[in-house]
Ligand binder design. Structure first.
Ligand SMILES: [Zn+2]
Length: 125
């Protein structure tokens, strides 16, 4: 990985640590929103449907934040192990531009789009 200077890794590391804290905070504050809707609460039918829809959205957001926090944490782990910056699938450098946009990226753009294609095929079956 000749395209990642040590100071660039340092900067991305700081970014990942901040991102991790931000995501954990987001998961934490969204916890109360994603509790099941209390159906005994006298709030009327429409607002109850709103509340359920709202709850589903915040649950999805929370799961997305949790999933992202997980990949951020494994990127931090890869920095500690000196494996950061290389694609986990093909071993090629992920590329500093991609890492600047998405510091937790574990795959190069080629492998990432292949994985996305594969998962959308299996999801539509
Ligand atoms: Zn790759």
């Amino acid at each position: 990985m000749d395209d990642l200077a040590p100071e660039e890794i340092d900067r991305l590391h700081a970014e990942l640590v901040a991102l991790n804290e931000e995501l954990l905070l987001l998961v934490d504050i969204s916890e109360s929103d994603s509790r099941p809707v209390d159906l005994d609460q006298p709030i009327g039918r429409l607002s109850r449907m709103d509340a359920i829809a709202q709850q589903k959205i915040s649950q999805a957001n929370r799961q997305a934040a949790q999933a992202r926090a997980k990949s951020v944490q494994s990127a931090i782990q890869r920095i500690a192990e000196g494996e950061y910056g290389d694609c986990l699938a093909c071993g090629e450098p992920i590329g500093v531009h991609r890492l600047k946009v998405k510091p937790e990226a574990a795959f190069c753009i080629v492998c990432q789009s292949q994985r996305e294609k594969a998962s959308s095929v299996s999801a539509s079956r």
